[in-house]
Design a protein around this ligand. Structure first.
Ligand code: GRF
Length: 192
C-alpha cells in the first residue's frame, strides 16, 4: 500500500504517520510522497525530516476546492509518485471527480469529530460550543459528500468539567495521532 499524504497545515498527523513508518508499525503501508496546497506550510518540513518528498502543488484560484485542471494535475503527480492510495491529513479542500475517479475507494480522510455529528470546518469548536459530553475523531472513506463517506474507525474523547477549548482540542489531536496510523496499518494488512 503506497500512499501519498495530502495536507494544508502543521502536519502533526502526517508526522505521526511518518513516525509510525519509521518505527515499523505501519504494516505493509509506505508513505511515498506529501503534497500540500499552501506554500511554506509546516507539513512540508516533515517530509524533509523523514526523507519523504514533500511538494507544494498549486491548487488553482479557489479557497476550498480545486480548479478541475489543477485537481487533474494533483492526480497525475500522486500517480507519478507511485502512490495508489491517498491519505488526507488536514487537507482543507473538497475533492471532486478528477481525484475521486483516479483513486476510487482509495482515499481516506481524518475528521476531528464523531461523524455524522459536526462535519465541515472546525469540528472541534462546533462540538465544544454545542456542549457535548463526548466527541472524538473519525477516519472515513472519501466520496463526493463533505465528510460523508463510509466510516472506518472512530475514537471517543470525553469532555471533562476541567477541560478548556484548548485541552479538549489537544485530547482530540492526541487521539487522531493514534487512530490514523492505526487505520492505515490495518488497511495495508487487509484488516480494515
Ligand atoms: C486535524 O484536526 C484534522 O482532523 C483536521 O485538520 C487537523 C489537521 O492537523 N482535518 P495537522 O495538520 O495534521 O496538525
Amino acid at each position: 500500500m503506497k500512499f501519498a499524504i495530502l495536507g494544508s497545515g502543521t502536519g502533526s498527523n502526517a508526522e505521526a504517520i511518518l513516525k509510525a513508518y519509521r518505527a515499523g508499525t505501519l504494516g505493509k503501508a509506505e508513505p511515498v510522497a506529501i503534497f500540500c496546497d499552501i506554500p511554506g506550510a509546516k507539513i512540508l518540513s516533515h517530509g524533509e525530516t523523514y526523507g519523504v518528498p514533500a511538494t507544494f502543488l498549486d491548487p488553482g484560484p479557489f479557497k476550498t476546492k480545486f480548479s478541475p485542471e489543477r485537481e487533474a494535475a494533483y492526480a497525475e503527480a500522486i500517480k507519478a509518485a507511485g502512490a495508489d492510495w491517498i491519505v488526507l491529513a488536514g487537507f482543507m479542500r473538497v475533492l471532486k471527480a478528477p481525484l475521486l475517479e483516479a483513486f476510487p475507494d482509495r482515499i481516506i480522510n481524518l475528521h476531528p469529530s464523531l461523524l455524522p455529528s459536526f462535519p465541515g470546518l472546525d469540528g472541534i469548536g462546533q462540538a465544544w460550543r454545542y456542549g457535548v459530553a463526548v466527541s472524538g475523531c473519525t477516519v472515513h472513506y472519501v466520496n463526493s459528500a463533505v465528510d460523508g463517506g463510509a466510516i472506518i474507525d472512530q475514537a471517543v474523547v470525553r469532555r471533562e468539567k476541567t477541560d478548556t477549548p484548548e485541552s479538549f482540542a489537544q485530547k482530540i489531536h492526541a487521539a487522531e495521532h493514534k487512530i490514523l496510523p492505526d487505520v492505515i496499518r490495518r488497511i495495508s494488512l487487509g484488516e480494515a
